[in-house]
Design a protein around this ligand. Sequence first.
Ligand code: ACO
Length: 341
Amino acid sequence: HFKTVMTHFSRYLPPGRVTNNDLSKLMDTNDAWITERSGIRERRFVEEPTTTSDLAIEAVKKILEESKLKPSDFDYIIASTLSPDFYFPGIAPIVQHKLGFPMIPAVDIRVQCSAFVYSTQLADAMIKSGQYKRILLVFSDVQSKLLDLTTNGRNVAVLFGDGAAAVICEAEECSESELPSTNNNKSGVIDTILGSDGTGAELLLIRSPGTATKGFLNPETHGLGDWHPKMEGRLVFKHAVSRMCEVAETLMKRHQITANDIACLIPHQANLRISEMVREKMELSPDKVFNNIHQYGNTTSATIPICINEALEQGRVKKGDLILTVAFGAGFTWGGSLIRL
Ligand code: ACO
């Protein structure tokens, strides 16, 4: 048997801090509205000419340094972003090339804020199949260049920030009884649950560039598409809370554990109120949930691995701890994973 151990986590946040007060100079908003509604106090925005792959590369450089591994030690790259450098190709081959990885498979997956749970499930299945030994997961988003930073776009623009993270997934051979479970203390990915519901596709999206845009290929009109993220905030909020609670409950039932058996719940950082509602439903004390949305806003694909990296650094979680991650994102897509660090 093979199990998947997440051996290292890294994060990279660009240095440019943008406070709620900074945003109130660009649009009709204010610190009190943003803080009350979302818990966000500031976020990071890149400066030109920084791209999404640039942030990804910084996070990968850090993880290579910390793990003392070389690009030639890896056999697969899975990258997640909704804001690639180009419409195509994705960022995974750019990371492969710029950091001198061998010509290994490099794929982008598109599940927005559910990136961590989907990547975890993919990497775990690939490792368990025995095909791959060491997979690099990369998460990077530069939302700041997509946002409508005027009053028109304020319901979305105040929520997002830029950031990146990386995770190393290693195959470890073990006997059946050594596979990680909630009944032993073996490190590794224990289980993942994923879901999707495309009836929500147009409730949270960037419409252009896309082939559903009329005149997409007409040079006279294709600049007129809707390039900014659009969201039905209340509906997204409702679905996010119910799906995140659902996956948490299903995973706990399936593994016959209670919330008390979890060292830390790490929810996707979309809105502090969403995380609080999930926490209350699970009857967890505040110290058992990790949030950093006040500092970074919603960094889309990167929020959960950034949180795990910070939680480890701050001693909020440690090697051997059982963590539960839950996520919900555009698509709609969602999922949860139980991991022993
Ligand atoms: N500043 C000031 N006022 C604002 C702002 C702002 N930035 N944005 C909206 N408003 C106003 C609205 O115009 C509205 O005014 P009105 O009552 O006069 O019409 C009022 O504030 C209330 O707006 P609502 O949208 O109803 O506010 P709500 O309480 O629903 O909060 C929010 C909005 C924070 C967006 C919330 O709905 C939310 O968090 N939704 C989920 C967000 C989310 O999870 N997104 C990411 C999902 S994951 C992914 O994949 C990207």
